[in-house]
Design a protein around this ligand. Structure first.
Ligand code: PHE
Length: 359
């Protein structure tokens, strides 16, 4: 009898479903009990050939059995899916914290440059800029370096092969060929002094941070490419004196290092300052006790300083004797070394990410 067969199929199906352990097995089960070619489906398809009385009984029974099997199937499917490892893998925990995007590091020289700019702007200084490829005039002549004088060798210069422009050379090289001007990567930031003064009238106070280049043998404190920052403060008559210089320098060091540091002035010579000083600070790597970085002296030479030579004012077009000011050029790279206790200058430009990641 059809009714009995339907009940049998339903019970058999439910029982078989309990033995199903994998999704593959479930698929086989689905084809057998709910598929288009399943026995139950055949019975339901055959309803049309039955008598109305039979239809009334078999129809609802067959549909109920199909519905019951389908519900059981969906439940089994849900349970299997939850158990499968794929489901665990694909599960999204919306409360988990995100993976942070990698962020780069600011180079210690840049950190120091920004700090210096902050300190000086708070003291009313402006920040000026100038070219890294400079001509002999601004790097040397206008700063009172005598022509063909050994003072020019004081700063071992990389001369650019300006009189031998490459075939089809253009820009600076072509211009250069006509003017016979000699070009060089600037040996100091002092090249911007006269450039700035040509377009500004005192009083003013500026700093000029930037990259400089020298043809030097490298060691723990010397690099061919390094950073300096120039300070230039000029006032009318004796408004800006040696006392001003001392005050600005002390204020800067105190703010930069967050404590007092020992400084030492030695008499020096620069054609563009008179008097001139060599400026040292106590070595922070060894606290002034002596180490390989300071060559056992306890002091690090930071740069030069002095009162601006009147001949530099004249080169800028200022009348002689009208203004007075001070200037210095300090090694920004060396300041970074002293601040972060970096014992070898060559680490800074090494491009070694293990080094950079520490800042
Ligand atoms: N330009 C000098 C140097 O690089 C330093 C300096 C700057 C000295 C300004 C005096 C005044 O050695």
């Amino acid at each position: 009898m059809l009714q009995e067969r339907i009940t049998q199929i339903k019970e058999e199906g439910e029982k078989a479903l309990q033995a199903v352990k994998t999704t593959a097995e479930l698929e086989v089960w689905e084809v057998k009990y709910l598929g288009r070619k399943s026995e139950l489906n055949d019975i339901l398809k055959g309803l049309k050939d039955l008598t109305p009385e039979e239809k009334r009984v078999v129809g609802p029974l067959g549909n109920a059995a199909k519905q019951a099997l389908f519900t059981a199937f969906e439940k089994a499917q849900g349970t299997l899916l939850e158990k499968s490892s794929d489901f665990e893998k694909e599960r999204i925990d919306v409360t988990a914290p995100g993976v942070p995007a990698p962020v780069g590091h600011t180079h210690p020289i840049t950190i120091v440059e920004n700090e210096i700019q902050d300190i000086f702007t708070s003291l009313g200084f402006a920040v000026a800029d100038g070219p890294e490829v400079e001509n002999e005039h601004y790097n040397f002549d206008a700063l009172n370096f005598p022509k063909d004088h050994p003072a020019r060798d004081m700063q071992d210069t990389f001369w650019l092969a300006s009189l031998n422009p490459p075939a089809g050379g253009e820009g600076g090289f072509e211009e250069n060929k006509k003017s016979k001007e000699k070009y060089l990567p600037r040996t100091h930031t002092s090249n911007v002094q006269v450039r700035y003064m040509e377009t500004h009238t005192p009083p003013f106070r500026i700093i000029i941070p930037g990259r400089t280049f020298r043809n030097e043998a490298t060691d723990a404190t010397h690099e061919h490419t390094f950073h300096q920052f120039e300070c230039l403060m000029v006032g009318v008559a004796d408004e800006v004196s040696v006392a001003t210089f001392k005050y600005v320098a002390e204020t800067f060091f105190e703010q930069f290092f967050g404590k007092q540091v020992n400084v030492r002035l030695r008499p020096g010579f620069f054609p563009f300052t008179e008097p001139s000083f060599e400026f040292d600070i106590s070595c922070s790597i060894c606290d002034g006790k002596g180490c390989p970085t300071c060559k056992q002296s306890g002091w690090i030479e930071l740069g030069g300083a002095g009162m601006v030579n009147q001949r530099v004012f004249e080169a800028a077009g200022y009348p002689r004797g009208k203004y007075q000011g001070f200037a210095w050029g300090f090694g920004m790279t060396r300041l970074a070394m002293m601040k972060y206790k970096i014992s070898d200058i060559r680490l800074l430009m090494s491009g070694d990410l293990r080094f950079i990641r520490q800042f």
